[in-house]
Design a protein around this ligand. Sequence first.
Ligand SMILES: O=P(O)(O)OC[C@H]1O[C@](O)(COP(=O)(O)O)[C@@H](O)[C@@H]1O
Ligand SMILES: [Mg+2]
Ligand SMILES: [Mg+2]
Length: 375
Amino acid sequence: MPHTAPSGAPRPPTTLTQYLIEERRRFPQASGALNALILDVALACKAIAREVALGRLGVSGAGAATAGPAAAAAINVQGEEQKPLDIFANEVFLRRNEASGGVSGMASEELETPWPVPRPAAGPRGKYLLVFDPLDGSSNLDVDMTVGSIFSILRAPQDLLDSDHEVTEADFLQPGAAQIAAGYALYGPATMLVLSVGNGVAGFTLDPNLGEFMLTHPDIRVPAQTREFAINASNSRFWEPPVKRYVDECLAGTSGPRGKDFNMRWIASMVAEAHRILMRGGIFLYPRDTRDPNRAGRLRLLYEAAPVGFLIEQAGGRASTGRQPVLGVRPSGLHQRIGLVFGSREEVERIERYHREPDRDIALNPLFAERGLFR
Ligand SMILES: O=P(O)(O)OC[C@H]1O[C@](O)(COP(=O)(O)O)[C@@H](O)[C@@H]1O
Ligand SMILES: [Mg+2]
Ligand SMILES: [Mg+2]
C-alpha cells in the first residue's frame, strides 16, 4: 500500500473510519448512516474478538464471571446446539446495532424470526436491514481454532420505511445482488475485518494497542486459477456426479485430466476458508447433496452464502450454487439453505460446466468411471 505522503514522508495507516469517509465521497448525497452502521458492526466485532480471545476464561468457561446473556447453552432454530459464545455474539450484534438508528430490522442465524427495531420517537426509521451469522464455525471454539462473524446489509423496503409496522420476514427476502455492503470479522491470530461497500474489497487488521481497524489489505483480488480446494470429504457418498467428478479430477493430480497436483484444506469455518481464498486463491465447495432431502445444502443463503458471494465477486472471483450465480437467487425464507461453490473464477466456471453436462457424459468419463476415489 503506498502510504507515502507527497513529501515522501511515510503516512500513518488509514483507519476504517477514514476509509469509509473516502468511500462516501463517491456518493455526495449520502447521509452517513451506512458508515455509522458499519462502524457499529465493527465495534460489535471488536467486543466479540475480546471475548473469543478469553477462551475458557470468558463466557465459554463454566465458572465465567461475565456469563451475562450467554449463561445457558440451548438449541437454535436450525436444531443446532448454541454455544455460550454463539449467544453472546448474537446479543452483542443486536444490542450494538439496535441503538445505532441505522437499521429498521435485523435477522440472525440464532433467531427464528426477524428482530424488529421500533421507529424512533423522533426522526426517520433506519434505512437498512442487517443480517448476520454472529459466530461462524463455532464448533472450532472447543479446540481454539479460528472463527468469525459474517454480515450483510440490505436496503429496507420503502413501504417499511413509510409505515409503522414491524419488519417482516418478506422484507429480508432480497437476492444477494441487492446487498449494499457485506463483510466478515475473522478472530484468528490477528483479528481482521474484511469489507466491501460495492467498490472492491478491503481488509483491516485490528491494532490491539489502538483498538482500531487499520487498512492493511487495500484491494483484495482472488487469483483466477488455483491448485487448492476445500470440501468436507466425509460427505462424498452424498455428492452429486458433477462434484464427484471435479474432486476426483483434482485428486488424480498430474496423472489425471487436470495434469497438475492439488492441495486440500478444510477448516470447518466458512469465514476462515473465505479469508484464505481471498488471500491466496482456492475453491470452496459445500454443494447440494443427497444427505437430507429436506435441505438443499448446509450453508444458509441470507447470512452465509450471500455475503461471502458478494465479497468474492467484488474481489474478481465467482460464487455459485453450481447451477447459477448465488447472488441471483431470491431467498424463500430467512434460514434457507443452499449449495455453495466459491473462489477462483476459472475453477467455479469449470464446476458450473460440469453441472450443465448430462450425468451420462460424466459416467463415460474414464477417470470418473474407473477411479471413483471418493466413492
Ligand atoms: O461440520 P461441517 O459439515 O464440516 O460444516 C462446516 C460448515 O458449517 C459452518 O460452521 C456453519 O456455520 P455455523 O458454525 O455458524 O453453524 C460453516 O462455517 C462451515 O463451512
Ligand atoms: Mg455459520
Ligand atoms: Mg453461527
